[in-house]
Design a protein around this ligand. Structure first.
Ligand code: DC
Length: 226
């Protein structure tokens, strides 16, 4: 089954690009960040201490997390309740790295992600897709952007949720999350050796998509004619 892996830090443009690409190619879009965010949202709702690994694993292993709908209008449900907007809020963003660093939490999520990719063509975005989840992905991209630009993009996302945070606050929060995601022991945020690096700081969504589609089309043609 064909798969495209897109990794990168917060605000690098991964999900905007991954959604558009999945929509253009008519593949499933799997937002793995939404899965870790859903787990974290449930942990916060249950008032579990972020240090209580066992209680967190017990809770998360019993959850049904669903990504429903087309790539560009994807909705997220936990046990049948919609949480699409709730999982994007600042409280979840601040705690998600703590929850997603646990080995058993990652095992549960990766198993789900690999199962979906086995039976559907997918565009999957996250932190460890090219390295751990889909090491055999047909195409791998790693997106980056400057911290300032990433913070500007996140500010817009928060504004859409009617949360107003200043740019300095957002820069601090995403650099803390980058640091935690890149330095955790298990499956850290890392560019796969065979992933193509794209710096999106000064590129429009269309420009990034054009670069990716050029690579995808060229390689598909090569496989077809060889
Ligand atoms: O892509 P995002 O910002 O919505 O992801 C939220 C968090 O989830 C991110 O800070 C770390 C975690 N995550 C992860 O550990 N592995 C993934 N494949 C995707 C996200």
């Amino acid at each position: 089954m064909i798969s495209i892996a897109i990794d990168g830090p917060a605000g690098s443009g991964k999900s905007t690009i991954a959604k558009r690409l999945a929509s253009m190619l008519d593949y499933l879009y799997i937002d793995t960040g939404a899965m870790y965010r859903s787990a974290t949202y449930s942990v916060l709702r249950a008032n579990l201490p972020l240090s209580d690994e066992k209680a967190i694993v017990d809770l998360v292993s019993g959850l049904t997390i669903e990504l429903v709908g087309s790539p560009e209008e994807q909705r997220v449900y936990i046990d049948g309740t919609e949480v699409t907007r709730d999982i994007r809020k600042d409280d979840v963003s601040s705690a998600v790295s703590e929850v997603s660093k646990f080995k058993e939490i990652r095992r549960i999520m990766v198993e789900k992600q690999q199962r979906i990719a086995k039976s559907h063509p997918v565009v999957m975005d996250g932190r460890d897709i090219g390295t751990q989840v889909l090491p055999e992905a047909d195409f791998k991209f790693f997106l980056t952007a400057s911290l300032e630009e990433r913070a500007r993009r996140r500010k817009k996302d928060f504004e859409a949720l009617e949360e107003s945070l200043d740019i300095k606050q957002i820069m601090d929060s995403i650099s803390k999350r980058d640091e935690e995601d890149a330095n955790r022991e298990i499956s850290p945020l890392k560019q796969a050796a065979d992933a193509m690096l794209i710096d999106t700081t000064t590129k429009s969504v269309e420009e990034v998509l054009a670069v990716m589609l050029r690579i995808i089309n060229k390689n598909e043609k090569k496989e077809f004619t060889s």
